[in-house]
Design a protein around this ligand. Structure first.
Ligand SMILES: Cc1cc2nc3c(=O)[nH]c(=O)nc-3n(C[C@H](O)[C@H](O)[C@H](O)COP(=O)(O)O)c2cc1C
Ligand SMILES: C=C(O[C@@H]1CC(C(=O)O)=C[C@@H](OP(=O)(O)O)[C@H]1O)C(=O)O
Length: 367
């Protein structure tokens, strides 16, 4: 199966299935000399881990990472970094009835159509568990970005009908909120809303917003590898993401040029700035030096305990009630996955940019 690798200079290949022996990732293209340890990677994986609270799947896993290669004396060596997390609490009997049924909203039917054969125990490669590899690789990318003073911060913007109010937001609240909202009042309302949906055995969707600071102007490769195009691809490749927007996003369609255009100005240090940021920090596919801001819409978790209609692999209409351990909402656990995919994209594009100017290449090699 192709399609498991993302990136060109900073290459990330995830592997493994939800009910297989293990899941993991190989990262190729990380420069030598980055301080890195299992503890550092683990701190990111803890934010994604299943079974964290009542709004996440009851499947409990330690998700303990083992780094198999690419590190010596606490630093990266420049060679491929392989990381592995063993699956410990698979309960494959939950899936025995689903062997011949197609869950509405999940990837069972399309995998059968594509391969003619599927490991029906869990979501396989389309399980949320695949995102462990993304977060482990993203941790490395985020550590690299720290060296460049670039920050990537994602949080829950909305859950169902509840949206954060920016006047009440504080970044420190994100980790205090069980649903990763920077607005604790919205977080409390979202918890109420989630409880109501969970009582009805229903799931809920929501939106993740991500803000990138410190990104220099000039990063992005016209025309097919524009920074916004690659961010969209990276984020849309996360399971359950149904929409991506940057800056004013879909609202741009109802704005006028006089509103949407960000006027340029010069600050007291004679640096070019923008008065507003409807562009979301990217113009012509190239970072413009201001904050990059984007949003990802997540659909509600497809596996729900309500009675639904489906068909089996003989084409017969059958009722289905999905049992097993599922996330009532995906969004809070996906926040760090969004940060990770953004960071991987930024690092890959910063590395690609290193060949864009002869003067910089000469500066580097003629020293
Ligand atoms: C972090 C994360 C956790 C997820 N948890 C579940 C889950 O518990 N149950 C489920 O049915 N789908 C879950 N999903 C969603 C499925 O992976 C996704 O819907 C499926 O791959 C089909 O892909 P699509 O929704 O993009 O079409 C999760 C996704 C992510 C990213
Ligand atoms: C275990 C995780 O989430 C899983 C994501 C998932 C799915 O279909 O995406 C289905 C459930 O797992 P299982 O395959 O055991 O039914 C979730 O618990 C995880 O993300 O680590």
């Amino acid at each position: 199966m192709s399609g498991s690798t993302y990136g060109t200079q900073f290459k990330v290949t995830t592997w493994g299935e939800s009910h297989g022996k293990a899941v993991g990732v190989v990262v190729d293209g990380c420069p030598a000399g980055l301080p890195l340890s299992e503890e550092m990677i683990q701190s990111y994986l803890e934010r994604r881990k299943p079974g964290q609270n009542k709004y996440s799947t009851p499947r409990k896993e330690n998700d303990t990472v083992v780094i198999e290669s690419g590190i010596f004396e606490g630093k990266t060596t420049g060679t491929p970094i392989s990381m592995r997390v063993v699956n410990q609490t698979q309960r494959s009997k939950d899936y025995s009835e689903l062997a011949s049924l197609y869950r509405p909203g999940h990837a069972d039917y399309t995998f059968d159509q594509k391969y003619g054969f599927r490991d029906y125990r869990g979501g396989g490669r389309s399980s949320g568990r695949e995102t462990i590899g993304r977060v482990a690789a993203g941790a490395i990318a985020l550590e690299l970005l720290k060296q460049l003073k670039i920050t990537v911060t994602a949080y829950t913007k909305s859950i169902g009908t509840i949206t954060i109010d920016y006047s009440r937001c504080n970044r420190e609240n994100i980790e205090k909120s069980p649903v990763c909202m920077p607005d604790l009042e919205a977080s409390r309302q979202a918890e109420e809303y989630l409880k109501q949906q969970m009582e009805k055995k229903d799931s809920t969707g929501g939106m993740v917003e991500c803000i990138i600071t410190g990104m220099p102007a000039g990063i992005g490769e016209p025309v097919f590898d524009k920074l916004d195009a690659n961010l969209a691809k990276a984020v849309m490749s996360i399971g359950a993401v149904k929409g991506f927007e940057i800056g004013s996003g879909f609202q741009a369609a109802s704005m006028n040029g006089s509103e949407q255009n960000d006027e340029f100005c010069v600050d007291e240090m004679q640096r070019v700035q923008k008065k507003t940021n409807y562009a979301g920090g990217i113009l012509g596919g190239i970072s413009d030096g201001s904050e990059i801001i984007f949003r990802a819409a997540f659909k509600p978790t497809p596996s729900i305990g309500q009675l639904q209609n489906t068909v089996n692999n003989n084409g017969e209409a059958v009722p289905i009630i999905v049992t097993g351990r599922h996330d009532p909402i995906i969004v809070p656990r996906a926040v760090v996955v969004v940060e990770s995919m953004a960071a991987i994209t930024l690092v890959d594009m910063i590395f690609q940019n290193m060949t864009s100017r002869l003067d910089k290449i000469c500066e580097f090699y003629m020293k």
